[in-house]
Design a protein around this ligand. Structure first.
Ligand SMILES: CC(C)(COP(=O)(O)OP(=O)(O)OC[C@H]1O[C@@H](n2cnc3c(N)ncnc32)[C@H](O)[C@@H]1OP(=O)(O)O)[C@@H](O)C(=O)NCCC(=O)NCCS
Ligand SMILES: [Zn+2]
Ligand SMILES: [Zn+2]
Ligand SMILES: [Zn+2]
Length: 343
């Protein structure tokens, strides 16, 4: 089995799978399969082109409850062994491992029932984890239903670590799910691209080209590493993106909220996050949202505080950031960014 880019060559076999009742979408199932058959009949080339969407140019996604949400960049590859066998999708926000709340994981896959149990999903996931490393992601997140033993098996065979169980938001059906994390690169065994020294804990991944270097052969500025080759590219991106004044304002506000609730030791992460994400986002408001989401995910997933920042009205859930405000899903706006009160 190999992964292929969706193209004309494989389309007829893909259509057969859809017609036999298979769906690439594990959440919306048959609805998506019918929609795709219609889109293929209307304009096959447009359908194929939409399988690779690194610019998130596609139309909004429809959730289970009918809500529409913006797409994030991503693509799909097809499993092929002479016939169509399944599909695997990868989506991510450049520069961060954080995902919007309506997007459960970076990777989703489905194998047609008549080709299951041959190791195809396991091999496909292995290849996508490698893609993710090449896109600069340090890890990918995946989720499965608690009773989806086959999928858990696929993740565990790719060295996935079980993180915990959670309940999905209402637009995704309020269902229990198990979350897993797969690290993309074993830097402990890598060596520096420039001097070939084994890296161990001294591995610094260049934010621009994603190659790894020892600390003598890269520059670390505001906690973010780049190699000598990429210095100019990084400066150019910084100059073209959100201005220094806006970045400083964002850092000050987020750092204030982290400091007020968790203490100053945790505030350094904010500067690093902003220095990284400004290379991938040129709109100040979007940058602010991404920095908050990334910092929040870091604090949750690192088990520093899994309900940060705690809702003052309810004991067991975090506030979510949107439109410049920390919000409780029930009570709405709680505090502006930069104005969270100390606990
Ligand atoms: C999950 C899925 C993608 C696995 O695809 P696959 O190509 O059959 O998976 P693999 O052959 O790589 O590996 C499956 C592993 O799970 C095991 N497995 C398969 N079906 C199983 C079942 N019903 N119960 C327990 N284990 C099962 C297999 O034995 C295999 O492990 P092994 O190699 O140690 O024997 C496929 O079952 C599928 O498409 N399911 C529907 C869609 C879906 O659930 N997608 C994932 C959503 S998170
Ligand atoms: Zn070196
Ligand atoms: Zn580089
Ligand atoms: Zn609340």
């Amino acid at each position: 089995m190999k992964l292929v880019w969706p193209s004309r060559e494989y389309l007829a076999s893909y259509v057969v799978a859809l017609e036999r009742g298979w769906s690439p979408d594990n959440i919306r199932g048959r609805i998506t399969a019918e929609e795709e058959l219609k889109r293929i009949a209307e304009d096959a080339d447009a359908f194929l082109a939409s399988m690779i969407d690194r610019e998130a140019a596609g139309p909004p996604l429809t959730m289970l409850d009918g809500t529409k949400v913006p797409r994030i960049p991503g693509y799909r590859k097809w499993m092929w062994d002479g016939e169509f066998c399944g599909s695997i999708g990868f989506r991510w926000q450049p520069g961060t491992e954080a995902l919007p709340p309506y997007c459960l994981g970076h990777v989703g896959y489905a194998v047609v029932p008549w080709k299951q149990g041959r190791g195809y999903a396991t091999a496909a996931l292995r290849e996508i984890v490698n893609d993710a490393a090449n896109e600069g992601l340090r890890f990918v997140m995946l989720t499965t239903a608690p009773d989806n033993v086959a999928s858990q098996c696929v993740i565990e065979k790719n060295c996935g670590a079980f993180i915990g169980e959670f309940t999905t938001p209402p637009e995704l059906g309020s269902k229990r799910e198990r979350r897993y994390c797969i690290t993309t690169r074993l830097t402990a065994f890598a060596s520096c691209v420039t001097c070939d020294r084994p890296l161990g804990f001294d591995a610094n991944c260049c934010i621009v080209c994603h190659r790894v270097f020892c600390s003598d052969h890269c520059v670390i500025r505001e906690g973010v590493a780049n190699c000598a080759d990429c210095e100019v590219e990084r400066r150019n991106r910084e100059a073209a993106g959100v201005g220094d004044a806006d970045v400083e304002r964002i850092v000050a506000r987020v750092a204030h909220d982290v400091q007020a609730t968790l203490g100053s030791a945790r505030a350094a992460i904010v500067e690093e996050t902003a220095a990284r994400l400004r290379l991938f986002e040129d709109r100040p408001q979007e940058l602010e949202q991404k920095v908050v989401d990334d910092v929040q995910q870091y604090i949750h997933d690192g088990f520093i505080d899994t309900t940060w920042p705690s809702c003052p009205h309810h004991p067991n859930h975090p506030l979510w950031f949107s439109g410049g405000w920390w919000q409780c899903p029930e009570k709405g706006r709680v505090a502006k960014l930069g104005e969270l009160a100390s606990a």
